[in-house]
Design a protein. Structure first.
Length: 156
């Protein structure tokens, strides 16, 4: 007979969770650093009109935005006036700049995504239809036929 007996009741030791808070804070810090809150800074007024029939876009990553509205900020009356301006990305633009904007957007995408690109016009509620028609003409010249008008859903 042996003096030592095997103890089979012990099992495996528990997993240590001491490093779990460190991992959680590392992930939190990573997402805080890499997250982009707003892609463009609004330079124009942009109160969207209301609509009754609203459809949500499927893939917002394939949408290029054209903002139209009165200039916003301190230099509104002195520098830019009160007429409607076009904003592409983070700068004011002219109607003639829209074609080059669309071409640049196409070049930055993968080839299979190009047919799926949509151009969204975010026009302020007070914008005259003339400038929107000019934008549509330039989009036709650039062969960007998928156009979306951004609106707010009408409140009951």
């Amino acid at each position: 007979m042996s003096k030592f007996k095997k103890n089979n009741k012990g099992g495996t030791p528990p997993i240590s969770t001491a490093s779990l808070p460190d991992i959680v804070f590392m992930l939190l810090f990573f997402f805080m650093v890499t997250t982009v809150m707003r892609e463009t800074e609004m330079l124009v007024e942009n109160q969207l009109p209301q609509a009754t029939e609203v459809k949500k876009l499927e893939r917002k990553s394939l949408v290029s935005y054209i903002y139209v509205g009165a200039p916003r900020g301190n230099n509104r009356k002195t520098k830019y006036g009160t007429k409607s301006k076009i904003q592409l990305n983070d700068a004011y633009a002219k109607v003639a700049d829209i074609q080059s904007f669309i071409i640049a957007e196409r070049e930055s995408r993968a080839e299979e995504e190009i047919p799926l690109l949509t151009t969204s016009i975010k026009a302020d509620i007070d914008v005259k239809m003339g400038i929107v028609s000019d934008i549509k003409q330039e989009l036709r010249k650039a062969q960007a036929y998928k156009i979306n008008y951004s609106t707010r859903k009408e409140q009951d």
